[in-house]
Design a protein around this ligand. Structure first.
Ligand code: MG
Ligand code: ZN
Length: 392
């Protein structure tokens, strides 16, 4: 992945010249209001990275480590728009075991990221808005918590605030996804080894006056605020908080998800007993809510390059299962035109919200064949818990 640094810097320079995309005033839930519809249906193309081929390790032994990668809002159109943009290839092509996940929640044909995240973390269908609780608002254990209890190392990486619905579903238990400060406080109740994402304000500018970053430091965490410092960490517990709320969308974010994924894998793979890591490409969803094709493409490409980091590790490690999926599709996106040579993509949308269509599931590594065909989103969690042998 030597090319990735230059890929992103080229992207920032050329892309900002081509597109006048403004993300100012990007509040924690503001991405849900589509603006400038129809103005942003074209990704111009012109930026490519190289994709490596990895051979899936053979063997029937269950995996020691699991890396779950969630592209929030990433349906097949999002994936294929990125594939087209990158000249017809993605790291995702290394996955030969592919299935579909039914994403509906307990109270809605169309899930939100909280119910979707809880289904993927805990194997329980719950109501939209629920974080780590069932439909009676009773806490349900997540695979991350179960793994932690069994002595595995655990980590969470997201481009959004680490307190946002998807990562929160793997750590917190609150009846409403908007209780960001309660979610942040739940980090102190765990022994999570690594977390990297945005959301500093939920830890440090709180109504209750607590400074959770100080409390984390007292617990032995290295609390760091930028990727330069975060990437240097070679051991110990790490809290990486890289933005007040969400990290900026691509290309302004620069290299965050890729080095965060690499750093988390470096630290977690020190574990003798194995590890569980969840990595989220959070903002595919945000840009799809806004029906902005360039943003959707760039976010999905960024996520795919993070998938490349996980693949490189899993291919050489041999005991690591990677699952890549989405919590739901966003935007009802479809592709009306494209060009593999230039990387141009033309897309249209049927919605400013989520849709009910099944999303792809990609698996690589030991027991990957268990994640093929149609499945419930909850089956993904149940099978991962079984494979890691961390069930109660
Ligand atoms: Mg999310
Ligand atoms: Zn969404």
């Amino acid at each position: 992945m030597k090319n990735s640094g230059s890929f992103v810097s080229k992207l920032i320079v050329s892309f900002l010249m081509v597109c006048l995309v403004s993300f100012s005033g990007f509040g924690q839930e503001e991405y849900k209001d589509p603006k400038n519809k129809a103005l942003n249906e074209v990704y111009p193309g012109g930026q490519f990275y190289e994709v490596q081929n990895y051979v899936q390790p053979k063997g029937k032994k269950p995996p020691k480590n699991i890396i779950l990668m969630i592209g929030d809002g990433m349906g097949l159109a999002q994936v294929y728009s990125a594939m087209t943009a990158n000249g017809g290839h993605l790291f995702l092509e290394n996955f030969k075991n592919i299935g579909f996940s039914k994403t509906y929640s307990s109270d809605n044909y169309i899930t939100d990221s909280a119910a979707g995240g809880t289904a993927l973390s805990s194997g329980v269908k719950t109501y939209n808005g629920a974080i780590g609780v069932d439909r009676d608002k009773k806490p349900v254990p997540s695979i991350r918590e179960l793994a932690e209890k069994k002595g595995l190392k655990t980590g969470l990486v997201s481009t959004s605030a680490i307190t946002h619905a998807t990562p929160a579903s793997f750590l917190a238990h609150v009846s409403s996804r908007s209780s960001y400060e309660d979610i942040a406080a739940d980090f102190l109740k765990t022994n999570i080894d690594v977390f990297i994402g945005g959301g500093v304000d939920n830890f440090e500018k709180r109504k209750d006056g607590r400074n959770l970053s100080k409390e984390l430091k007292d617990k032995g965490y290295q609390v760091l605020y930028n990727m330069q410092d975060i990437q240097k960490v070679k051991s110990g517990k790490l809290a990486g908080l890289t933005a007040p709320e969400h990290n900026k969308p691509m290309p302004e974010r620069g290299e965050m998800l890729v080095p965060a994924t690499q750093t988390a894998i470096n630290l977690l793979s020190l574990s003798k007993k194995g590890f569980f890591l969840m990595v989220e490409g959070s903002e595919i969803d945000f840009l799809a809510h806004e029906n902005k094709t360039p943003g959707v493409v760039l976010e999905t490409l960024d996520f795919d390059r993070a998938v490349g980091i996980a693949l490189k590790f899993a291919a050489s490690n041999g005991e690591t299962l990677i699952i890549v999926t989405a919590d739901h599709e966003t935007g009802g996106m479809t592709i009306n035109g494209g060009d593999y040579t230039s990387g141009k993509v033309i897309a249209k949308y049927t919605s400013g919200g989520h849709t009910g269509i099944a999303v792809p599931v990609y698996a690589f590594g030991p027991c990957a064949e268990q994640f093929t065909g149609f499945m419930e989103n909850t089956d993904i969690a149940k099978r991962m818990i079984q494979l890691l042998k961390v069930g109660q």
